[in-house]
Design a protein around this ligand. Sequence first.
Ligand code: GLA
Length: 395
Amino acid sequence: MNEAAKIVLDAFKEKFGDTKDVRVFFAPGRVNLIGEHTDYNGGHVFPCAISLGTYAAARKRDDRVIRFYSVNVNRKGVVTTSLDDLVPSDEAGWTNYPKGVVWAFEKRGCKLPSGFDMVIWGDIPAGSGLSSSASLEVLTGYMLRDFYGFSDLTNIDLALIGQYSENEFNGMHCGIMDQFASAMGKEENAIFLDTNTMEYEYAPIMLEGKKLVVTNTNKKHSLVDSEYNLRREQCGRALKDLQKKLDIRTLGDLDIETYEANKDLIEDEVCRRRAKHAVYENQRTIRAVKALKDGDIAEFGKLMNESHVSLRDDYETSCPEADILAEEAWKMPGVIGSRITGGGFGGCTVSIVEDTAVSAFCEKIGKIYEEKVGYPASFYMLEIGSGPKAIDVQE
Ligand code: GLA
């Protein structure tokens, strides 16, 4: 049997007595290749689902009780709540995520007739910016759809429900990228999504002779949500100023020329820099995907590097630790491109590295990082994975 399935099933048995009629589900995390902080600005993103993610063993109940247990956060023990108590709380900790999804289902008119018991375990490193929360939301949505027969919901609906629950129940005003990548992931493909129209296409990532290396700063970060929400507000302010003259709906509607010709409409200097990033990053993402389609991986890498510089200088969502990782990577032979990925303020960089250079990359960057920062970074060679699924436990 799948090892992860065994972990959640064993824990289920230990906490809830037996595993009769228990089902096992999985939903992936994601890594974003380019298109950062564009998703709530009506721009393009280019993420892919990864083979790391969150697993659940779960079973429907006959009453209105819901019980949660996480193998990763086992010190919290079993958290019990009910369908009549769908409000967020500090004590609820991680369970606010699945609870928020139940709440969002109900808001959408998908009322649950009964509660459930759910045990989870995940292999996405905590705080890595590889979307453990989105994977948990999509996982919960997938499970609820399966359990209660909400079969008219598509995977895109599950992504939207996950985002809604994160925005409205958990107070993190994220865009759609993470949940979309988790719900719609496809092996060996990244997803080119226009968040303005929600049109998307898959783009094969054929890195012949190269690897996708994700490097975790292992930085313990706080304030991520509040800084994130602040960026969103600043972009909103910039948009308002531009709308005094321009007929645009989002910053994603702007090309570089129009932005440059009108940027002085943005009164605040900081908001102007935030908008600049949003506009340029969107255009970079479109160019990067074209370069990839044309087989020009070197150009793709160059655009990844430019994305990092923009996040570092204009958007200010990088951090000294991620800057060290990216800037050292740029100096190394065999590195096609390297940038911070995800929401920022810590988390990971993503790099495309020639196969022959990977071990020197990990060794050298690892050494410099530890010398400068005082604790080690972690390196993962990521596989691009598929979307959520039920796992047959008879395997
Ligand atoms: C977080 C959010 C996403 C996206 C990224 C930045 O991961 O959840 O919606 O905005 O940050 O690109």
